[in-house]
Design a protein around this ligand. Structure first.
Ligand code: HEM
Length: 503
């Protein structure tokens, strides 16, 4: 039988915990070192405010809204500051003896093998070693070695579009293009999704990386026996096995003297002279899979938004098409990067697309080592970030910031360039930037060189809103366009350009 003291214990527990939370909230709101920074009351009281925004795909949009309301520095969590000014970009992201490092909790979940990739490692020395080992493959010259491989896959994409029923759906087709390119470069074996056949490896990678950040924040989620968690756990060993298989196969081909180019070749032959080390097999697996995640959706999203924004503006479409067709007049000859990269208007259009519709304009959070950020001392361990989505919409740097105006880049100032950071800044910026430029520019040039492109009326602005889960993708997952070939398919066949799947 329950005693009187049993009944007395619960009210005491509830009372004690209410008192604890009350004191904690009063401390956070009034006495915390960040108490004087402006921000919503809920965010000052609890980190769950921003967690809720992330889970409901509003993190980036909410931060932008808060910066417009409260100014350049906002307290967005009990122990977190968000910035949208220029000075803090340097303080948070630039090389420094007191760097703001990535927080380990979030990134641990990305690991497939127990080791980390260049993206997920939070250790400064380890990151430096991996960047050095990867740098040659990702250099401008290294990437140009892969141009023939990239062009060949773009030819298949173009042929698919030329032979597809019109209007053609470009969202999936463009994702397939970049999945095939990055798998070809990272694994020395294309997923060949442009053939129309689903690929188990591609599906497994998507399944795992959709939920893995949660595994870092909440390690027990790895063992949840249901839904996406179970699917991710099952996908993990399959990814490891298949990628190790690609590595072993390519190593054998290298031994026989293959001349095949790609990132895997560079990774297998790279040696870091500072540490006298090479990449281990686990590191090869981690990095080559990471390149699929980092390189395919980002490039596809960029191409899709460029096509969309340009199609809505006849004068931009006309000027861009003319520039590309003047540079590449023979529709039977695949555009070359050395010419594409010098086309001034194309570069403006790409810059403006990345400013307004960049795929990673969400923020990457860091930890303050206890130093001055944006002109004020920020205590050790405070989470800090600078929101690219907000700096790229600063109305002083970019008048009429929501308007798509490629011409603004014709007179770009250093300030505009530092406020627009689609590839981030500092030593953790995008290592794949040159590769992204090569594959995106070649695709855009090939599309406008070969087709007259027009937006299908069923594509709405709502479908093109960016879905904000870190990677900011096309929410409607469809982009229909009418692509009218400038050469008919019989002629193309004669010139060997019509090697696609067809419909
Ligand atoms: C238009 C295309 C792309 C955009 C806009 C983009 C943007 C970015 C951004 C903003 C970051 C920093 C992320 C952070 O701080 O958390 C990043 C990092 C990274 N990106 Fe890209 N990226 C693109 C294409 C690529 C490609 C094609 C690859 C390789 C195949 C790649 C590989 C990486 C890697 C490995 C990192 C981590 C670098 C490090 O931490 O040292 N990216 N990218």
């Amino acid at each position: 039988m329950a005693s009187i003291s049993d009944f007395a214990v619960w009210p005491s527990l509830v009372g004690a915990s209410t008192l604890y939370w009350l004191i904690l909230i009063i401390y956070r709101v009034f006495f915390h070192p960040l108490a004087t920074y402006p921000g919503p009351l809920m965010a000052k009281m609890t980190d769950w405010y921003m967690v809720y925004m992330s889970l409901t795909a509003q993190n980036t949009y909410k931060r932008y809204e808060l910066h417009m309301k409260y100014g350049k520095v906002v307290r967005v969590g009990a122990n977190e500051l968000s910035y949208s000014d220029e000075a803090s970009i340097k303080d948070i992201f630039a090389q420094s003896t007191e760097p703001c490092l990535k927080a380990p909790a979030f990134y641990k979940g990305f690991s497939l093998t127990g080791r980390q990739s260049v993206f997920s490692t939070t250790d400064r020395n380890e990151h430096g070693r991996m960047r050095r080992l990867l740098s040659h493959g990702f250099s401008q010259q290294g990437v140009l070695d892969f141009q023939p491989e990239i062009s060949q896959i773009i030819e298949q994409y173009i042929a698919n579009i030329a032979t597809a029923r019109q209007p053609v759906e470009l969202h999936d087709e463009t994702h397939h293009l970049f999945l095939d390119i990055t798998s070809r470069l990272s694994f020395a074996k294309s997923f060949d999704t442009l053939s129309g056949r689903p690929h188990q490896g591609a599906q497994d990678i998507e399944t795992y990386f959709t939920v893995c950040p949660l595994f870092g924040l909440l390690p027990i989620a790895r063992y949840f026996p249901f839904g996406p968690f179970k699917a991710a756990r099952q996908a993990q060993p399959r990814i490891r096995r298949s990628v190790q298989g690609y590595i072993d196969e390519f190593r054998a081909r290298l031994g026989k003297g293959t001349t095949e180019q790609g990132l895997l070749r560079h990774m297998l032959t790279a040696c870091d002279t500072d540490t006298n080390t090479t990449l281990t097999d686990a590191e090869l697996v981690e990095n080559s899979v990471l390149f699929i995640i980092a390189g395919s959706g980002t490039s596809a999203t960029t191409v899709l938004y460029l096509l969309y924004e340009v199609s809505k503006r006849p004068e931009v479409l006309e000027r861009l098409t003319r520039e590309i067709r003047d540079a590449f007049p023979d529709p039977y000859v695949m555009p070359a990067f050395d010419t594409a990269t010098k086309l001034p208007y194309l570069n403006c259009v790409l810059q403006e697309t990345l400013r307004l519709r960049g795929p990673i304009m969400s923020c990457s959070v860091r930890l303050s080592p206890g130093k001055s950020i944006g002109g004020s001392f920020v205590p050790y361990g405070t989470t800090v970030s600078n929101v690219p989505y907000a700096t790229a919409r600063d109305p002083e740097a970019f008048p009429d910031p929501e308007a798509f105006v490629p011409e603004r880049w014709e007179t770009a100032t250093p300030w505009m360039r530092s406020m627009n950071r689609p590839f981030s800044t500092g030593n953790r910026n995008c290592i794949g930037m040159h590769l992204a430029r090569v594959q995106v520019l070649l695709t855009i040039c090939a599309l406008y060189q070969r087709f007259d492109l027009a937006l299908d009326p069923r594509v709405t602005e709502d479908m093109m809103v960016q879905r904000d889960f870190g990677l900011m993708t096309v929410s409607g997952k469809k982009l229909w366009m009418t692509a009218t070939p400038r050469v008919n398919s019989n002629e193309a066949q004669c010139h060997g350009l019509d090697k696609g799947r067809g419909d």
